[in-house]
Design a protein around this ligand. Structure first.
Ligand SMILES: Nc1ncnc2c1ncn2[C@@H]1O[C@H](COP(=O)(O)OP(=O)(O)O)[C@@H](O)[C@H]1O
Ligand SMILES: [Mg+2]
Length: 277
């Protein structure tokens, strides 16, 4: 059964998409089977498969027209993508939360599923939180990004308690850390003091080579150069895996705790409540 990780901060431009793309590449280079899921109308798809017209998308899964297996495309041997198209956020049926969760938990090929969320609290974002085992929060050291962390934590806690979903906060990590970071130190300190349990010491530094890095057929881990980005995403990827291993032993039993009943239990989530929430 795959471990499902969602990446979300209500602030845009904090490297959610970039992180999913490069973390997925790192895990795949480590020999893990990874499915990355584009829930944010195609930025991840454009990054991983530039200049490719996808025939089917995650939208078709959410509309129950196709299964996840039918729409996934190959990025590399160990990396599959559930792509998105521009119109993802329009006219989604209410059942998407349960459907996404069901489809992802049954995708047994993957060791890890990484979901790239939109910044806004849209229906796809709720679906991503309800499907996830863990939420990881990328945060640029800036005022609005820190607000976004708090909003993401509050919403995740509400989803977890209200709908009995397993999602927990996996960790918070800094992104786009500037070379001259003096001005950003107060933000870093606030994060550390406010979220000592979740704040990770691994951080992604600003690296011009990451801007719009096309991954089609290659990744920062299979090309020369990009040493700073490689180093940072490697350390982050290892730290995330370590956190998941440590947490597995501590996990409290819940309605969803056993692999077999996880998807089934989520089906009992009252749809009306999700919509009115
Ligand atoms: N470490 C980094 N160094 C430099 N540029 C980055 C880095 N991470 C992301 N970017 C760039 O910042 C912009 C926003 O990143 P993106 O991943 O699209 O954010 P989000 O998905 O949170 O909106 C993109 O242009 C991306 O290429
Ligand atoms: Mg994005």
């Amino acid at each position: 059964m795959p471990i499902i990780l969602s990446f979300w901060n209500t602030k845009g431009g904090v490297a959610k998409t970039t992180t999913v793309a490069h973390l997925a590449a790192f895990l795949a280079a480590q020999g893990k089977s990874v499915l990355s899921v584009d829930l944010d109308c195609c930025h991840l798809t454009e990054t991983l498969l530039p200049n490719t017209d996808v025939a089917w998308s995650i939208q078709d899964v959410l509309h129950n027209i196709k299964t996840l297996e039918q729409i996934t495309v190959t990025v590399s041997e160990k990396h599959q993508l559930a792509p998105a198209r521009m119109e993802l956020n329009t006219s989604l049926p209410s059942e998407v939360c349960v459907r996404l969760s069901d489809q992802l938990t049954q995708f047994s090929w993957a060791d890890y599923i990484l979901i790239d969320c939109p910044s806004a609290m849209t229906l796809p974002t709720r679906a991503a939180l309800m499907a996830a085992d863990y939420l990881f929060i990328p945060c640029q050291p800036s005022f609005h990004s820190i607000n976004g962390v708090q909003q993401a934590i509050e919403m995740t806690e509400q989803i977890r308690t209200r709908f009995h979903c397993p999602v927990q906060i996996g960790g918070i990590f800094l992104t786009l850390v500037p070379y001259h970071q003096q001005a950003t130190l107060p933000y870093q300190q606030v994060l550390q003091e406010t979220y000592p349990r979740w704040m990770m010491s691994e951080r992604i530094r600003y690296d011009p080579s990451l801007v719009n890095f096309p991954l089609f057929g290659s990744s920062i881990f299979s090309t020369r150069g990009n040493e700073r980005a490689k180093n940072d995403y490697q350390l982050l990827g290892q730290a995330i895996q370590d956190r998941l291993k440590t947490d597995a032993g501590k996990k409290k039993p819940s309605l969803f705790a056993t692999a077999g009943n996880r998807g089934a239990a989520r089906r009992f989530v009252p749809l009306k409540e999700i919509l009115s929430f």
